[in-house]
Design a protein around this ligand. Structure first.
Ligand SMILES: [Fe+2]
Ligand SMILES: [Fe+2]
Length: 531
């Protein structure tokens, strides 16, 4: 993995933080043009005049991106937008971001939106985030220029379906020729009502990834959670300097095109895995993410850690975390927030748990609190720094990726099984503990378990599984565990039906794991008394 050209010993490289790798790459790679803070600032749009909402300024764009080598614009009639991906703002009732990509630089990109596809608004100017990736160290891949476009919409009406079209000078979705490109999205309801959401992690670009997307679309989810290791432009994911030799920014293009069938109509809410630390763009490795996504931006430090945020949809609060901050296994960004993300998590869960209009707390992030695979197993950093907080606030469901399988625990408290949750059973986190799901079977090559698969329709339970967790410094500590309730080696995702209850009765999350084949491989219910 090390070469004289890199001029750095592999052992040293393995210990470099993401910031040190970034500095090293920047010092070694000849670049034609780098502009700090060189971004357009349009694209922050209040829909007030258009749709009767309230105007509100948004935070400025991220500060460290590279501008492409040329500002050459093509004839806009020659290119069509692709890779549309929707994201919630901090308030899904009134804030959405429409994002997309164009293959070449275009002039005056914009969105039109409206309450009917034949009645769209004037052009709302988009923010252009151009991203230049040079030929990196030891890489045979060419330099790449990418153009991401974003429009933040504010002041939308709750529970309302909007139609939208994206375009640029020479390509207008309001014209007959491009009318077929118009999409739609629906804002969160003003009051609690039943809905479905879906989740997985570790997708990449593959036949299996596409098959899972198709099944997800059929669930008609209100939103989708992607628990990191999003596209594998960095196929190594070791968090080490040597990753740059294989880094291929163009994988993002393929990924966004693959994802568009869902993400053009379903908010596609991502967080950050180990493969999503990309050293070239910024000291924390998240500069590429800042260009490609516009996440809610309400975490402890959204400018530097966009993958930590939260939102409320109906009676459910969702918290996204950047587990690179606490991972003992892959420590390139370990401790990057100095504990601030963890303090924010505590504050955020406390706030949500204290609200009478919120029943369920769902937390998702990449590295596993509890998994038994032979590849990554459990991360002691997550167990040490976050699990006590999940216990403290009786978190209703934790969803992880990182291990490329489906695995589901019994209810756990203080690291031990506190309540058995066989397939089909109901658990009550207020008294029983928290169930942890690993949903890393979205599309990348699968891992193996040290014990037999056991899932709905093919149950082969064992009393204990011998596995391990990563200790600080990376050592594997052997564990013999009793919490591994469901194991499935196959491509899959989770679909969660949320049913609010009447006051004094129970609200429920009905969690189903669905295989790429369409077969259900697990289901259970999470219940909580409605306040
Ligand atoms: Fe992965
Ligand atoms: Fe991972």
């Amino acid at each position: 993995m090390d070469t004289p050209q890199m001029g750095i010993a592999a052992r040293l490289a393995a210990k470099m933080s993401m910031a040190e790798q970034h500095e090293y790459l920047r010092s070694k790679v000849t670049r034609r043009r780098v502009v700090l803070g060189g971004m357009a600032t349009a694209g922050t749009v209040a829909a007030s005049g258009l749709l009767g909402g309230v105007a509100q300024a948004q935070s400025p764009a991220p500060s460290l991106l590279t501008r492409p080598a040329t500002d050459h614009h093509v004839d806009g009639a020659l290119v069509a937008p692709f890779g549309r991906h929707l994201q919630f703002g901090a308030d899904p009732k009134s804030q959405f971001t429409v994002s997309w990509q164009v293959p070449l630089a275009v002039r005056r990109p914009f969105v039109r939106i409206g309450l009917a596809p034949w009645s769209l608004s004037h052009r709302i100017e988009a923010e252009v985030r151009a991203l230049h990736t040079p030929q990196l160290l030891n890489s045979k891949l060419p330099a790449v220029d990418q153009y991401y476009l974003h429009v933040r919409l504010d002041g939308l009406r709750a529970g309302t379906t909007y139609y939208y079209g994206v375009g640029h000078e020479g390509f207008d979705p309001a014209t007959t020729a491009a009318f077929g490109t118009i999409g739609s999205f629906t804002t969160a309801p003003a009051h609690s009502e039943p809905f479905t959401f879906t989740a997985f992690g570790d997708q990449g670009v593959s036949y299996h990834a596409l098959a899972n997307d198709s099944l997800i679309l059929a669930q008609n989810p209100a939103f989708h959670l992607h628990a990191g290791d999003i596209c594998y432009a960095d196929p190594d994911g070791s968090g080490q300097q040597s990753d740059s030799a294989d880094y291929d920014a163009r994988t993002w293009d393929s990924f966004l095109a693959q994802t568009e069938s869902v993400s053009a109509r379903v908010p596609w809410m991502v967080t950050t895995g180990n493969h999503d630390m990309e050293a070239w763009y910024s000291p924390n490795g998240y500069g590429g993410q800042e260009a490609r996504w516009t996440l809610p931006g309400n975490g402890h430090d959204p400018k530097n850690q966009p993958g930590a945020y939260s939102f409320v949809y109906g009676n459910t609060a969702v918290v996204a975390l950047d587990a690179n901050d606490v991972s003992y296994e892959i420590p390139a960004n370990y401790g990057i927030t100095g504990g601030k993300q963890t303090a924010w998590l505590d504050r955020t869960l406390a706030g949500y748990r204290g609200r009478h209009d919120i029943d369920f707390l769902v937390v998702f992030f990449h590295h596993c609190a509890y998994s038994t695979t032979n590849s990554h197993a459990s991360d002691g950093g997550v167990q040490t720094e976050w699990v006590p907080i999940f216990d403290k606030y009786q978190v209703d469901l934790v969803i992880n990726g990182h291990n490329h399988v489906y695995e589901r625990t019994d209810a756990i408290r203080k690291g031990e099984v506190s309540h058995a949750v066989p397939i089909g059973e109901t658990t009550r986190p207020a008294t029983d503990g928290t169930v942890y799901i690993t949903a890393g079977g979205a599309g990348r090559s699968l891992y193996s378990f040290p014990a037999p698969d056991t899932f709905e329709g093919s149950e082969h339970p064992v009393d204990t599984v011998t596995t391990w967790h990563s200790a600080k410094g990376g050592a594997h500590v052997v564990d013999t565990v009793t919490w591994s309730r469901v194991r499935y080696t196959g491509y899959s995702f989770v679909s969660i039906d949320v049913q609010p209850g009447r006051p004094g009765r129970e609200s429920t999350l009905t969690v189903s794991a669905i295989a790429e084949t369409g077969e259900r491989i697990d289901h259970f219910t999470v219940a909580r008394r409605t306040s």
